[in-house]
Write a protein of this length. Structure first.
Length: 212
């Protein structure tokens, strides 16, 4: 029987070495290149920019809330803007009407339409011209004051929307994870020396720990 020279007989030592190499390959850690892996995409958390949110709120009322994606705040601010605009329009119109009537009263033009539309005819007949003129002056000044207050209220709501947009965007970077915590618990403190002969004793107190 002839044995082919190309057939190599495996010895027990060579089989043991091959098994060890395969075992090492199985136990070696698998490294994944995330940078070059197109199939792996980590979701990015959107964080608003405080400067951009402030500019958006300055250019357009409520724009900062839209940029910060806080849409539930829009009805609140828009209701404030609408209320201030309505108050401003109403008080300004009443101020103009009473101002025109006051000018006609000073000029003794009592039949002017500006006076008869504001003051009832019966009141004009039984009241002196001096009292009517003073009444028109007081109401003119009152509505002018209300108009100015409406302007300041509108500016206050506008400024509040800008501040809210900035603070909301700034606090979006604030870490509120559970890793930030403070714990206070009772503890037993060992004193190295006591007042009685230098012996070691123990005392009860509170231990405060901060975790970051």
């Amino acid at each position: 029987m002839q044995v082919n020279d190309s057939i190599l007989l495996a010895t027990p030592d060579s089989i043991d070495v091959a098994n060890r190499q395969q075992l090492m390959q199985l136990e070696s850690p698998v490294v994944i290149d995330v940078k070059n892996a197109d199939s792996i995409q980590l979701p990015k958390q959107w964080i608003p920019n405080p400067t951009k949110a402030t500019w958006m709120a300055l250019v357009f009322p409520g724009g900062g809330q839209i940029y910060n994606k806080k849409y539930w705040k829009l009805p609140i601010f828009y209701a404030g803007f609408a209320g201030c605009a309505y108050a401003l329009t109403w008080n300004n119109r009443m101020y103009k009407d009473y101002s025109s009537a006051y000018k006609d009263a000073v000029n003794n033009n009592w039949t002017a339409k500006s006076i008869t539309e504001l003051i009832p005819k019966r009141y004009l007949e039984r009241t002196s011209s001096t009292q009517v003129t003073e009444l028109l002056r007081k109401r003119k000044d009152t509505y002018r004051r209300y108009r100015d207050i409406s302007v300041f209220a509108f500016i206050a709501v506008y400024a509040l929307s800008v501040i809210d947009a900035y603070v909301d965007a700034e606090l979006s970077n604030f870490d509120i994870s559970p890793d930030l915590s403070m714990r206070v618990k009772p503890a037993v403190i060992d004193n190295q020396w006591s007042s009685r002969g230098g012996l070691k004793n123990q005392a009860v107190g509170l231990e405060c720990s901060l975790e970051f």
